[in-house]
Ligand binder design. Sequence first.
Ligand code: ATP
Ligand code: MG
Length: 339
Amino acid sequence: QKNDKGHYTVPIIEGDGIGPEISEAVKEIYRAAKVPIDWLPVDVTPRLINGKTSIPSETIEAINKHKIALKGPLATPVGKGHVSLNLTLRRTFNLFANVRPCKSIKGYKTPYDNVDTVLIRENTEGEYSGIEHTVVPGVVQSIKLITRGASERVCRYAFEHARNTGKSKVLVVHKATVMKLGDGLFLEAALAVAKDYPDISVHTELIDNTCLKMVTDPSPYQEYVMVMPNLYGDIMSDLCSGLIGGLGLTPSGNMGVETSIFEAVHGSAPDIAGKGVANPTALLLSSVMMLQHMGLSSHADKIENAVLTTLASGPENITRDLRGSASTKHFTEQVISRL
Ligand code: ATP
Ligand code: MG
């Protein structure tokens, strides 16, 4: 919904570590590109309410109202009895599907130049259920929770995504040979949902086999939308990210029923925070996914092209994580000059 200036209001969580630096780069580029967005900085400093980690209610209201947010990386405070803030956000806004595309950047050389994968990660349960206990000293039980409801919902999202992006195959990645009941249920849910999509073929593959084949030759995976339980998605998406040049490049969208939050896949990178050398590309490309989701596709294309051509323009214009020498500021100026 537009505000009275004819702009869209988008809550922004700048985040920790390199978060403020890369958020500033995004804002500068959006200003220069005249994107009709007014950023609304929101605070997600966690509070313990009745022993449960929560974020400020003004923030929850703002994100629910605008149905969208852009988010920098958040560090999880250690030893304060908090669960991960990222997990809290996913639960608060019921962001059940995490979409993670990885596409080779033309002109930036990596071992493969034909990576073009889309991975959809179940975002609410699985190994991240947070249910763990000590049975007797030296013996711990960690519960991987799989429900038919959450499995069907994320698989349905994957089929819809395939349909909307012109892909004709969905690949369900699992380990049901070992986790017969848990992954078995995920697989069963996927095959049930597939019946509603006769135009899209469904395929299944064991996670270890997907890893092996992906690093041997990623090109066959271009045809698929991959969908998988939470932890497999976490690991597999880092693997795909490594194939195109690393975490500094890969965007993601956390999709809910009504609300979505777009964020870089990487963490707060405390080792380089405050040094002015962080790569803002992942957050920028996440914001491009957000613009597309909002229907602002001409602005999305303009910014995406400027980012991609900058990345291809030589080591003096790209950041150190990509074996370049540019500062965040220099990279940002280069993107602006190519808008
Ligand atoms: P967190 O605890 O928040 O997950 P982390 O220590 O795991 O932080 P990550 O952010 O996951 O760190 O990053 C892992 C490595 O990749 C770090 O060495 C970091 O410097 C580098 N890295 C991650 N993102 C970027 C980026 N945008 N630009 C440059 N380097 C990055
Ligand atoms: Mg990390």
